[in-house]
Unconditional design. Structure first.
Length: 209
């Protein structure tokens, strides 16, 4: 029997996670209509635009109660959310990740085709410096705001199309810096929906509960 994996979010965190979802995966108009149905409102939906801003506005005008937010999260994250209390006793929602049955087949698609270049954290860089991995650090750049970028071709401002640490053998792909890879790589895909939306071929596509 598999054990369900879930993430706890406070009610405010859950609202923001819904907004991020609509920003991250494009318009999702059908899902937006169902969210508005749960809120009991009707509003024009801009065509071809991410809807995170619209959701934030609706949450401000029609702040959902805990029950509505539970239904919204169940709808948006393709997983049956449940109410509960967090580590500090705060009321919130447990959101299943739908990852307990996920098994990576080492197809390498996530390392060969996703836009991960802007997701390098200062903590990643600090770890590489601590470990003396200058070979990794030479592939790290920074933008005008000082944010770190991966993977940038040494001596240029050009990011690579394919991760330089990816190695292929016998039809399977492996990471040559597996123990030190960035957090974005360690956490991918994080949820069944994210796997599906980013084109992972082993994703469990569940369009509705």
């Amino acid at each position: 029997m598999t054990v369900e994996e879930s993430v706890f979010l406070t009610l405010d965190e859950a609202q923001e996670a819904v907004c991020i979802d609509f920003d991250q995966y494009g318009p999702q108009p059908a899902q937006m209509h169902r969210v508005m149905d749960i809120l009991g409102v009707d509003h024009p939906i801009p065509e071809g635009e991410p809807l995170g801003g619209l959701v934030r506005s609706l949450f401000t005008l029609y702040r959902p109660d805990a029950g509505q937010l539970l239904d919204i999260c169940t709808e948006v994250f393709w997983a049956r959310a449940r109410q509960g209390r967090g580590p500090a006793g705060e009321i919130g929602l447990f959101i299943p990740t739908d990852m307990e049955c996920f098994h990576c087949t080492r197809c390498g698609k996530c390392c060969r085709s996703l836009d991960f270049h802007r997701e390098c954290l200062a903590e990643d860089v600090a770890l590489w410096r601590e470990k003396g991995r200058d070979d990794i650090l030479e592939w790290v750049g920074q933008n005008r705001d000082g944010d770190y970028l991966i993977w940038v071709r040494p001596g240029t401002d050009l990011v690579t199309e394919i991760c330089p640490w990816l190695e292929e053998s016998g039809g399977c792909w492996t990471c040559s810096i597996h123990d030190l890879k960035p957090e974005i790589c360690r956490e991918y895909p994080g949820s069944g929906k994210h796997a599906y939306k980013t084109g992972c071929p082993t994703a469990n596509a569940r369009c509705h509960i």
